[in-house]
Design a protein. Structure first.
Length: 471
């Protein structure tokens, strides 16, 4: 594969012509296109220029979040169907009244009927943000290869996401557009386009949750940190055996050049990691303390607090575009949903509310957009005191640039074997992950042409509906 680079941002040049040729070839090949060709086209895409600062933050809920007890049907007809289909799991309607979401335009279901929704009672900290216009709800989002109806699903007349209802594969498809084993994610592929506009490209894609394909690009690499900051080599952070000379010698040994290709590459990666850690540690040490209080005993809040601190030093480090990844697990609730789900959602809501407050404190609320994601939704029907693996789900976007107090997408009709249900309340998604990603990418500044390379299935959706309009 060639890796043509250009400094003529947005110009018509040979690199761009090759890029367009490959893009055309990819669109003809469609879903059968080898992933390597998509990566080759990404390698030829012109860098996306940026002079201001923007960041997106993926909040991944591992395990498959239960959609029906997160964004809960509230209007009388929908609530009655919800309560009848999961009597052992349903909230009482009175418990939902304080978290009823107010929208200028009511969400419409697939039958054309207006609906109402409330948040789970434990998510009350997000209600003022939704009603105040800083948060929006996305209805029935999921992995799709192309627009798909229930009839098409049953007839298997359209391509379906591989290995539906599988945790590993569906979380991978959410993050990368490909099943488990994918080499790049759409966050990383966006990072590829913006890395050259950042003072240090290493800080384009930052993971505070360990490792995720979402942040891996063709060239962009995910910079991993812990909740306390950059992870240093202990023997270099403090004197080895009490001797600075020993630490200096160790550093020289692990970073020295070599005539062996593998050793040289290893040393290059080590040098990059050490230099990046030094730069980030110094920047964070000099960053102003945030007055915003993040909830204690909340691992997601700890991650988002560090993201806020890194955003606060972004300008001083020359970054213009950043993509962050944080996560929280425990959502695979085949049992114990009533006792466990609410407290877990409270952690998500309280962490995200504090994070938004911190961006507002920094005067950067309109520069940062956070969004939730999860492997899949779950069944509407109960499995004793839990729910099983599903497909479509409800998600949220939060930030000062979000056109909030609104619902995007089509609300599902709640009915046993209804028009949106492929069995047990498993929803056929009416909004694709690619549409969510395209909206975020467009807000960051990814061109419509490049979006079809970052998101290989996006071309299967009508051009007029590829962006959802929330940002």
């Amino acid at each position: 594969m060639s890796h043509i680079r250009t400094k003529n941002i947005g110009g018509v040049n040979q690199a761009r012509r090759i890029f367009m040729q490959r893009a055309s070839a990819l669109s003809v090949a469609g879903v059968a296109t080898p992933w390597a060709l998509n990566l080759a086209a990404m390698g030829d895409a012109s860098a996306a220029g940026a002079t201001d600062y923007k960041a997106i933050v993926c909040v991944f809920l591992y395990g498959g979040n239960d959609y029906a007890n997160t964004l809960v049907p509230y209007d009388a007809a929908s609530y009655a169907a919800y309560q009848a289909l999961r009597p052992s799991l349903a909230y009482t309607r009175d418990a939902l009244t304080p978290t009823l979401l107010t929208s200028a335009t009511a969400p419409i279901d697939s039958g054309g009927v207006s609906r109402q929704f409330a948040l789970a009672p434990s998510m009350a900290s997000l209600v003022p943000l939704f009603n105040g216009g800083q948060m929006a709800a996305l209805l029935n989002v999921g992995t799709l290869m192309q627009p798909t109806s229930k009839a098409q699903y049953r007839a298997k007349s359209v391509p379906l996401p591989p290995k539906l209802f599988s945790h590993n594969d569906q979380s991978s498809i959410w993050q990368s557009s490909a099943p488990e084993g994918a080499q790049t994610g759409w966050g990383g592929r966006m990072g590829d386009l913006f890395a050259s506009s950042n003072g240090n490209s290493t800080f384009t894609c930052i993971n505070v949750a360990g490792n995720a394909v979402f942040l891996t690009g063709q060239n962009a690499v995910q910079y991993q940190v812990s909740t306390s900051g950059p992870m240093s080599v202990a023997a270099l952070k403090s004197n080895l055996f009490g001797s600075k000379a020993c630490s200096d010698t160790l550093r020289a040994l692990i970073t020295q050049n070599s005539g062996n290709m593998l050793e040289a590459e290893h040393a290059r990666v080590v040098r990059r990691a050490l230099d990046s850690n030094d730069s980030m540690s110094a920047a964070l040490a000099g960053s102003p303390a945030l007055a915003t209080t993040f909830p204690a005993g909340n691992s997601l809040a700890d991650q988002l607090k560090l993201v806020a601190r890194m955003i606060s030093v972004g300008a001083s480090m020359g970054t213009r575009r950043q993509v962050f990844f944080v996560s929280i697990g425990g959502f695979d609730m085949h049992d114990g949903l009533v006792s466990k789900h609410g407290p877990l959602l409270a952690k998500v809501a309280d962490a995200m509310a504090a994070f938004y407050a911190s961006t507002k404190e920094m005067g950067m609320a309109d520069k940062v957009t956070a969004f939730t994601a999860s492997d899949f939704g779950r069944t509407l029907t109960a499995n004793n005191d839990g729910s099983d693996h599903g497909w479509g789900s409800m998600q949220f976007v939060l930030g000062g640039a979000v056109k909030g107090a609104s619902f995007y997408g089509t609300a599902p009709i709640l009915a046993n074997d209804g028009p949106d249900d492929v069995g047990q309340g498993r929803l056929v998604p009416t909004t694709s992950v690619d549409q969510l990603a395209a909206t975020l990418g467009g807000w960051l500044g990814v061109s419509d042409t490049d979006l079809t390379l970052v998101l290989p299935k996006l071309a299967n959706f009508n051009a007029s509906s590829r962006k959802l309009g929330f940002a």
